[in-house]
Design a protein around this ligand. Structure first.
Ligand code: NDP
Length: 294
C-alpha cells in the first residue's frame, strides 16, 4: 500500500503560485485577490474559512474575509456579492456553504459572476465542465485529478466508482474522470443512496472515490484487492483524547482498507489540502484571465 500524500502535492502547487505572485510584485503589477464570505458561526465552516485565508496570505495573494451574522437577510448577502462582482481587485469569490436555512443557496450561487466563481459551482461553470469546455472546476474533484496525475495513476479504461453525487464533489468528479482526455478517460459508475447493495458496485472499482460524509462506511470487504482508494470524506468524530473533543475521520475505514489497496489517501492529509490549493490555483487563473495575461 502506498500513500497518496496531498500535503506534498498541495505544498508544491502553493510554492509555484508563490513564485509567480512574487514575480508580479517585483514588477509592481497588481496581484490576485480572493474574497471569502462566511455567514453564521458553524465551527467547521469557520475552520475552513480561516485555512483558506491563511493559505491565500502564504502565497502572497490578497484575501478579503467577510463575516456576516447568521441572521443576515438574503438581499444583504446578494448586495455584498454584487459589490465583489464589480470590484476590480477581487478575482475570486467564495461563499462558504452551507448557508443558514432562510437563504436560498442556489440564488446565492447564481449571483456570483461565473468569471469569479473560483469554486466552480455556478451552473455556467458546471455546464461548461459537462461539455468539456475550459471552466473553473470545483476545487475538491479538481484536486483529486491532480493527485492521480501527480502519482501517475492510470485512469484510462479503468473502472472508477464514485460514491456520492453532490454538485460540489461527486457529480463533477464523475464528469472529470469520464472526459475523453489525458489523465481521465475512465469508465465511471456513480453511486448514491438508491444503490440497494453499495458493495456490489464498489467491489468492481479499480479506483474508488468515496464522497459520502459517513465515517468509515467503506470497509475492506467493499474494496477489490489492489484498488486505488480516494477518500474525500471529512467527518468529525468524538475523541476525548483531543483538546478539541473530536478528530477527523474519512469515509473509508483506513486501517483495514489500506491493507488491501494499492494506493490510498489518508484523512487528514489526503484530498483536504488539495481543495485549498486548487482554490488558490483557480483564483490565480481568474486573475490571469481578467488581466489578459496568457
Ligand atoms: P453531500 O451530503 O452533499 O452528499 C453526499 C452524497 O453521498 C449524496 O449524493 C448521498 O446520496 C451519498 N450517500 C450518503 N450516504 C450514502 C450511502 N449510505 N450509500 C451511498 N451513497 C450515500 O456531501 P458532499 O458531497 O458535500 O461531501 C461528502 C463528504 O466529503 C463529506 O464528508 C464532506 O465533509 C467531504 N468534503 C471534503 C472536502 C475536502 O476538501 N476533502 C470538500 C467537500 C466535502 P443521495 O444523493 O442519494 O442523498
Amino acid at each position: 500500500m502506498k500513500i497518496i500524500d496531498g500535503k506534498i502535492v498541495a505544498a508544491k502547487i502553493r510554492e509555484e503560485l508563490k513564485i509567480r505572485i512574487d514575480h508580479l510584485k517585483q514588477e509592481n503589477h497588481s496581484i490576485p485577490g480572493l474574497a471569502v464570505i462566511l455567514v453564521g458561526d458553524d465551527p467547521a465552516s469557520q475552520t475552513y474559512v480561516a485555512n483558506k485565508e491563511k493559505a491565500c496570505l502564504e502565497v502572497g495573494m490578497n484575501s478579503k474575509l467577510i463575516r456576516l451574522p447568521a441572521f443576515t437577510p438574503e438581499e444583504d448577502l446578494i448586495s455584498d456579492i454584487e459589490q465583489l462582482n464589480a470590484d476590480p481587485t477581487i478575482d475570486g469569490i467564495l461563499v462558504q456553504l452551507p448557508l443558514p436555512p432562510h437563504i436560498n443557496e442556489q440564488k446565492i450561487i447564481e449571483t456570483i459572476t461565473p468569471d469569479k466563481d473560483v469554486d466552480g459551482i455556478h451552473p455556467v461553470n458546471a455546464g461548461r465542465l459537462l461539455q468539456g469546455i475550459s471552466s473553473f472546476v470545483a476545487c475538491t474533484p479538481a484536486g483529486v485529478m491532480e493527485l492521480l496525475k501527480f502519482y501517475n495513476i492510470e485512469t484510462r479504461g479503468k473502472h472508477v466508482v464514485v460514491v456520492g453525487r453532490s454538485n460540489i464533489v461527486g457529480k463533477p468528479m464523475s464528469v472529470l474522470l469520464a472526459q475523453k482526455k489525458e489523465h481521465a478517460n475512465a469508465v465511471v459508475t456513480l453511486c448514491h443512496t438508491a444503490a440497494s447493495d453499495l458493495s456490489y458496485y464498489t467491489r468492481q472499482a479499480d479506483i474508488l472515490v468515496a464522497a459520502i460524509g459517513k465515517p468509515g462506511i467503506i470497509t475492506a470487504s467493499m474494496v477489490k484487492d489492489g484498488a486505488v482508494v480516494i477518500d474525500v470524506g471529512i467527518n468529525r468524530v468524538e475523541d476525548h483524547s483531543k483538546a478539541s473533543g473530536f478528530r477527523l475521520k474519512g469515509d473509508v475505514a483506513f486501517e483495514e482498507v489500506s491493507a488491501k489497496s494499492s494506493w490510498i489517501t489518508p484523512v487528514p492529509g489526503g484530498v483536504g489540502p488539495m481543495t485549498i490549493a486548487m482554490l488558490l490555483k483557480n483564483t490565480y487563473q481568474s486573475f490571469l484571465n481578467r488581466n489578459n495575461i496568457i
